[in-house]
Design a binder for this molecule. Structure first.
Ligand SMILES: [Zn+2]
Ligand SMILES: [Zn+2]
Length: 347
């Protein structure tokens, strides 16, 4: 099994982003990505233009973002252009029927009121049938930490300093949803590389060189063939199964992180798996660097250790997942977020 690393959710000149796929894929190669999933607003034109496929060894998958006023939804791996609707269940069902991967985007988006950036949250949780949700969004995380002109300016000069971690409300909701069924968690950029002027100087939110180094998805994948259509299907399948972790690789590269369960008889269970009630397991968390390792059960912190590894034996039903935090600058920041391993049964 290999670790296959990529970014999800970005905008190009095909919608309201700045920059071309050519430029983004060149940068993706330079910063060591394996894949990029682009999601322009309500268009499959990049796919029709034949941009999907390997670009100098980096796989580009062209999905799109279904963009009503709120309740934005990523549709990935479908040839069908599904229109926005007031009822999100309509497009969730359509993406599912078309065989695509459907992802709830930036669920707790708040915008930046002071600077006139609107909020685009997800507000209908009565829906069902979606595959995944975003648990961490670069632009929204940054925006949540910008609360005035001073932090605004500092945040433009040093954007990495204003990435703190996923919104706790999102994590709480994600844990709740996973009690019922697997809802895979992904990380997204929602980067537009917007250009604007501050005191006559052009600033970019964010340069691709920066954005592509931040919130990444690390997939554990068995079979990469070099055939882009087959590899796209594998990537979509692995994301649907939750076999991935999400990390901000800007300060430290999270490659090599592990979260798995060793079961009686020596079998391993991986992220995204749901085990029958009563399963006994030994959980292993390995961090590529000494840091704060945290283990959560149904959203409650069970164990924390400043180390490169943590183990825990349990047969308790519920949603088990790992986080790793780093001390960088004045802040302790979220670094790595695993998808859960769940033991089914009554909680
Ligand atoms: Zn959006
Ligand atoms: Zn977007």
């Amino acid at each position: 099994m290999r670790e296959y690393v990529g970014v999800i959710h970005l905008h190009t000149e095909y919608s309201d982003g700045w920059g071309t796929y050519e430029q983004i894929m060149k940068t993706a190669k330079e910063v060591g990505l394996d894949f990029v999933i682009g999601t322009d607003h309500d268009t499959i034109q990049p796919k029709l233009d034949g941009l999907e496929g390997y670009h100098n060894g980096v796989l580009l998958i062209c999905g799109y973002e279904i963009t009503p006023e709120i309740n934005h939804y990523l549709a990935i791996g479908t040839d069908k252009l599904i229109p926005p609707s007031d009822n999100p269940q309509d497009y969730i069902d359509d993406v599912r029927e078309s065989g695509g991967l459907g992802v709830i985007a930036h669920p707790h988006h708040i915008g930046i009121k002071r600077f006139g950036v609107d909020a685009f949250p997800w507000n209908d949780w009565s829906v069902n049938g979606y595959d995944a949700m975003s648990i961490w969004d670069l632009v929204n995380d940054w925006g949540e930490n910008i609360n005035g002109y001073v932090s605004g300016l500092q945040g433009l000069i040093n954007p990495a300093g204003y990435i703190s971690g996923p919104n706790p409300k999102t994590l709480h909701l994600w844990d709740e949803l996973n009690r019922e069924r697997l809802v895979a968690g992904i990380g997204e950029l929602d980067n537009h590389n917007t250009h604007f002027k501050v005191f006559g100087i052009t600033v970019e939110v964010f340069k691709w060189e920066f954005a592509l180094k931040t919130i990444r998805n690390h997939l554990l994948i068995d079979d990469i063939t070099g055939d882009y259509e087959r590899d796209t299907k594998h990537i979509i399948d692995v994301i649907k199964r939750g076999r991935l972790f999400v990390a901000n690789d800007y300060f430290e590269n999270s490659r090599g992180f592990e979260f798995f369960a060793l079961l009686d008889g020596g079998k391993r269970a991986y992220m995204g798996e749901r085990l029958p009630a009563g399963t006994r397991m030994n959980l292993f968390i390995n961090s590529p660097k000494k840091a704060y390792i945290l283990l959560f059960h149904n959203g409650n912190l069970v164990k924390e250790k400043y180390s490169t590894n943590l183990t825990y034996a349990t047969d308790k039903s519920g949603v088990w997942r790992a986080e790793v935090h780093l001390q960088k600058g004045l802040w302790r920041r979220g670094w790595i977020y695993s998808n859960p391993i769940t033991i089914e049964g009554n909680y």
